[in-house]
Design a protein. Structure first.
Length: 316
């Protein structure tokens, strides 16, 4: 990884990050990315727990988006495949490839978990193929790139290049890691622009954010549902208000099968998901790079030099 937000502007929040400050700080969690072979600015990202099924819960702030399998997560309290992320029009292709990768087919029903955001300003996600999905699975690793990679290749965040952002927090002996697919936000509401002295531009189309939260703390599905909401609250800290046409959907899973902690012990984990998501947005903005839209215009670059030269913002 290159420079990240805390290298430029200091910590976000009060809790300490894990050693990598990524979702892979949760032991066994791996992430894979691939860009579409077609060359379009679109792709696939996979977040995989070390074992399946994994206890899980899901939450929504605004539902103008899709996370397939969400009803089964709510009913059974678990995911049975890794979590796949892609552009809106690739959901069908990714869903089929994920089903086949999990051994689904005649006599074996598999409903994969696939989340999407709209990248149609930047590329044509209809070009994603099942082979692209297989290559993302082959890329699974504890090294988690950010910005314009995988499903984030064609995303936009607060009118700047968006995509993948990740961060983590330590809570006692446990870790909470968050990975976001950032495709949301009105430029004038981005909370770091005013202290940077950077003028806001007119807002573009409304987008969405899928938030994946992993932990090795033992939790029940209902506790995980509650945890899944906290990264979405963290988006609000950066300037999101969950616009009408935007989908803010969260999913949390645990890698532990031990007896669940008590509800009274959840606050530290809730704070961890909140803080990690806020930092993940900033990490995405720092890592992503401008590219040409389908209409020929070029995205504005996030003002990294202004962040670098400003006094540390820290936890404001």
């Amino acid at each position: 990884m290159g420079e990240r937000w805390r290298d430029l502007a200091g910590p976000v929040g009060l809790l300490e990050p894990g050693p990598l400050n990524t979702v892979a700080d949760v032991p066994g969690v791996l992430v894979g990315n691939t860009q579409a072979v077609s060359g379009e600015r679109t792709g696939v990202t996979v977040v995989a727990p070390p074992a399946l099924p994994a206890a899980a819960g899901a939450a929504t702030i605004n539902g103008m988006g899709e996370l397939t399998g969400m009803l089964e997560v709510q009913e059974r309290g678990s995911i049975i495949t890794p979590v796949y992320l892609c552009g809106t029009h690739a959901v069908g292709t990714v869903h089929r490839a994920a089903m086949l990768a999990a051994g689904g087919g005649r006599g074996n029903v598999v409903l994969p978990t696939v989340g999407e955001c709209d990248d149609t300003d930047m590329g044509d996600s209809r070009t994603v193929t099942e082979d692209d999905v297989r290559r993302a699975l082959d890329d699974l690793d504890a090294d988690v790139p950010e910005g314009s990679v995988g499903a984030g290749t064609g995303m936009t965040c607060f009118g700047f290049p968006g995509g993948i952002g990740t961060a983590s927090r330590s809570v006692g002996d446990h870790r909470v890691g968050v990975l976001l697919l950032c495709n949301f936000g009105d430029r004038e509401r981005l909370d770091v622009l005013e202290p940077l002295g950077t003028a806001a531009a007119t807002s573009g189309p409304q987008g969405s954010c899928i938030a994946i939260c992993a932990t090795d703390a033992p939790m029940t599905p209902n506790q995980l549902r509650r945890l899944a909401l906290r990264p979405l609250l963290g988006l609000a800290r950066t300037g999101s208000y969950a616009a009408d046409g935007s989908g803010e959907i969260g999913l949390a899973f645990t890698t532990s099968t031990d007896r669940a902690i008590a509800d009274g012990e959840l606050n530290g984990y809730f704070a961890a998901g909140f803080e990690a998501a806020s930092e993940a947005v900033y990490n995405c903005l720092v890592a992503a790079r401008p590219a040409k839209r389908l209409d020929g215009s070029v995205q504005d670059a996030f003002p990294i030099d202004s962040v670098r030269s400003a006094r540390p913002l820290g936890d404001r």
